[in-house]
Ligand binder design. Structure first.
Ligand code: ACO
Length: 322
């Protein structure tokens, strides 16, 4: 039986840092309000001309180094992003070119903040069914380009970055199960109201920004994360105490704490990095995973629960023996 293991992780945050104090100078907000309501201290913002694929490639190279694979070894690249470089081709194809990968396949997945776990789900099934042996899965976002920096209800929440993993066919346990869900009836809870087919340029003059019902997202996120955590563990006959780490979508410290509390997991088993980079959407889980692997928190053989929620609404989880 073919299984899928994580062979290496990598991440990238752009050089430019925007602190809460920097935002205080531009909008009616305060460092205290942002930290109390979200836990965020700073976010990284892509440089002028720096694109989603540029950040994706940086994270990918680090994951490939960690896994000991080259571009020639890769069979597939999947990029989860809601902020692609171009309308087409897929950002994954641009990453493929930049990595110098001659063969294989590449495509994007769009499930906003759940995108990386959706991409893990697709890549795991591809490997298990014999599609290929090495798959690069990336979450990368330039959220700064779909933010209204004068809207205090959203500007304080998001940042840019990328995270990646190399998945490899294996005969030992790795990805144990993945679970994906969506509810399109909640589309307007969190969205960018314009796109190509709705007349992006004429309707909003190119100003297509995130619009969010913050309280509704908060309530839904906590209940969805609680439900999917139980679905994942119960589906595998695993008890909470067997989990070593919860690696949640890094949207907001209060959501993370409330979800962990509802699930009954102590915070010392939850990976939290949102203070350093804010909500980087599809990049947030692979970023948190890589940071915790590199600082020694997450070790080989440990049991991880990844869980995400995002616009759609979408929610997803993965149970992984690292
Ligand atoms: N600075 C200061 N005051 C602010 C700010 C700000 N940046 N933003 C809002 N306020 C004010 C509001 O105007 C309001 O003032 P009022 O009482 O005078 O009307 C007050 O603060 C409280 O506003 P609420 O919206 O009720 O604040 P809340 O406690 O709900 O916190 C927050 C807002 C942080 C956005 C919260 O609702 C939340 O975390 N929601 C989830 C957001 C999220 O994670 N979104 C990403 C989802 S993932 C994805 O797919 C992209």
């Amino acid at each position: 039986m073919i299984r899928t293991r994580i062979a290496g992780t990598g991440s990238y945050l752009p050089e430019k840092v925007v602190t809460n104090q920097d935002l205080e100078k531009r909008i009616d907000t305060s460092d205290e309000w942002i930290r109390e309501r979200t836990g965020i201290r700073r976010r990284h913002v892509a440089a002028e001309g720096e694109t989603t694929s540029d950040m994706a490639v940086q994270a990918a190279r680090r994951a490939m180094d960690a896994a000991g694979v080259s571009a020639d070894d890769l069979d597939l690249v999947v990029v989860a992003t809601t902020t692609p470089d171009k309308v087409f081709p897929a950002t994954a194809c641009i990453v493929q070119r930049k990595l110098g990968m001659a063969g294989g396949a590449a495509y994007d997945i769009q499930a906003v903040c759940s995108g990386f776990v959706y991409a893990l789900d697709a890549a795991d099934r591809y490997i298990r069914t014999g599609g290929g042996r090495n798959v690069l899965v990336i979450g990368a976002e330039t959220m700064s380009r779909i933010l209204d920096w004068d809207d205090r209800s959203t500007a304080v929440l998001f940042g840019d970055g990328a995270g990646a993993v190399v998945l490899q066919a294996s005969d030992t346990e790795g990805i144990i199960s993945t679970h994906i869900h969506s509810d399109g009836s909640l589309e307007e809870t969190l969205h960018v109201p314009y796109g190509v087919s709705t007349g992006y340029d004429t309707l909003c003059g190119g100003k297509a920004f995130i619009v969010m019902q913050g309280n509704a997202v908060f309530r839904k996120a906590v209940s969805m994360l609680g439900e999917i955590a139980h679905e994942t563990l119960d589906g595998n006959g695993i008890k909470k105490k067997e989990l070593d780490w919860l690696v949640p979508h890094q949207a907001n410290m209060r959501i993370i704490t409330a979800a962990a509390k509802k699930f009954g997991l102590p915070m010392d088993r939850v990976v939290v990095t949102v203070d350093e980079h804010a909500n980087t959407s599809a990049a947030s889980i692979p970023l948190a995973l890589d940071i915790a692997v590199r600082d020694g928190r997450i070790k080989r053989g440990e049991l991880l629960l990844l869980e995400a929620f995002g616009a759609g609404l979408t929610w997803a989880s993965a149970l992984i023996r690292y």
